[in-house]
Write a protein that binds this ligand. Structure first.
Ligand SMILES: Nc1ncnc2c1ncn2[C@@H]1O[C@H](COP(=O)(O)OP(=O)(O)OP(=O)(O)O)[C@@H](O)[C@H]1O
Length: 356
């Protein structure tokens, strides 16, 4: 088969990575997960730096690993870009990009000509091509690193937090460039490891989540935004997420007994044991006492913690239910919100998405 097919496990000390992933040529897979969840290990399995203990990895119809025989890194068509770029410090930008082609036997002239093309495609000014990495800005160095990764026409492109070391302004430009270059890579499977929600949601076609070495499919970015399937995914897109079972067709009850009712939309079919309910922190209203004609979703809670986020505040609440509310600073002052203060929280049923 074309594209990438991975199903296997690998160990690093006590850590075990269980990975199953199929990707089509041209697909950009965003890989997300907390620190230590196995993201780098997954990339290393694909690059051939960490062998599979069992299972198999095929790319473009070739067997790269079957748990016993491991194709060495140099024999894999893999391009890699890390947060720091990891350029060769003693080579110019141009020769960094030409290096891989030279190692494959291209003449100096041919390798440099191709490297020049790649550098112009990533927007590096021609007069910077002769400079060494230590006199390039971090954004320029990452452009060189991207050109170097793409110049070998990889089957698999591994991007390990490629923009995390760039300042915010430069990051926007580089993210746009990366998106442009990735759209051109119709034969390449790209894995993009990132902690940045905007990067994941804008650059990836599909998101996968790693948690404690277990890989799960999160769906397309719009599916994750509308219907996150894990607390980590929900935090990434800034939603409250409750897990439980559904009673009366539209009310979810959590293991702790908290209840939340959704209105409209499709209700999950009967017989499915576990359901999810998602709602935005901005849809939560706070009241000093139980509001008149209470909406169905009203909980008596206490403030656990307040984070100021510029012009608003994110209030973590606990009690009848655990949830997060985004409120204005006026509301913080009017309600004298502080840790321990009791309030009532409400959410309109129309603001709740119920799914399974
Ligand atoms: N050489 C090693 N020997 C033993 N354990 C290791 C080794 N390298 C990594 N680990 C462990 O493997 C687990 C996964 O590490 P990995 O670097 O893949 O996670 P990650 O998701 O990339 O984390 P981060 O976001 O912090 O980069 C961690 O628990 C780590 O401690």
């Amino acid at each position: 088969m074309t594209g990438l097919s991975l199903a296997g496990t690998t160990r690093r000390g006590n850590f075990v990575l269980h990975a199953a992933l199929d990707a089509a040529p041209g697909e950009v897979i965003g890989v997300l997960g907390p620190n230590g969840s196995g993201k780098t290990t997954l990339l290393e399995v694909l690059a051939g730096l960490t062998p599979l203990a069992e299972g198999a990895l095929h790319v473009g119809g070739e067997r790269w690993d079957d748990g016993a025989r491991h194709l060495p890194p140099r024999a894999r068509r893999v391009g890699m870009m890390t947060a720091r770029g990891d350029l060769f410090p003693h080579l110019s930008a141009l020769d960094n990009v030409a290096f891989g082609l030279r190692a494959r036997g291209a003449s100096k002239e041919a390798a440099r000509a191709r490297a020049r093309e790649e550098l112009s495609r990533v927007g590096l000014a021609a007069d910077l091509a002769g400079r060494r990495p230590d006199v390039l800005s971090s954004g320029q160095a990452q452009r060189v690193a991207l050109a170097r990764a793409l110049t070998l026409d990889p089957s698999v492109l591994l991007l390990d937090e490629p923009l995390s070391a760039i300042d915010a302004r430069g990051r926007d430009d580089l993210r746009a460039l990366l998106g442009e270059r990735l759209r051109d890579q119709q034969d390449v499977v790209t894995l993009l490891v990132t902690h940045d929600a905007v990067e994941a949601l804008t650059l990836a076609d599909r998101l996968v989540f790693l948690d404690g070495g277990h890989l799960s499919d999160g769906g397309t970015p719009s599916e994750v935004v509308r219907r996150p399937r894990s607390p980590f995914a929900a935090r990434l897109v800034g939603l409250n997420l409750w897990r439980g079972h559904v009673v009366d067709g539209a009310t979810l009850v959590t293991a702790d007994g908290a209840r939340i009712t959704a209105a409209g939309g499709e209700h999950p079919p009967a017989g499915v044991l576990e359901h999810l309910a998602a709602f935005a922190p901005s849809s939560v209203s706070l009241w000093p006492s139980r509001p008149e004609g209470s909406p169905r979703n009203t909980w008596a809670v206490r403030v656990a913690q307040i984070e100021h986020t510029g012009t608003s505040a994110r209030v973590h609440l606990t009690g009848d239910a655990d949830l997060v509310a985004d409120v204005t600073l006026d509301a913080v002052a009017d309600l004298s919100l502080a840790p321990g203060v009791p309030v009532h929280a409400t959410v309109k049923a129309t603001e709740v998405t119920l799914y399974h």
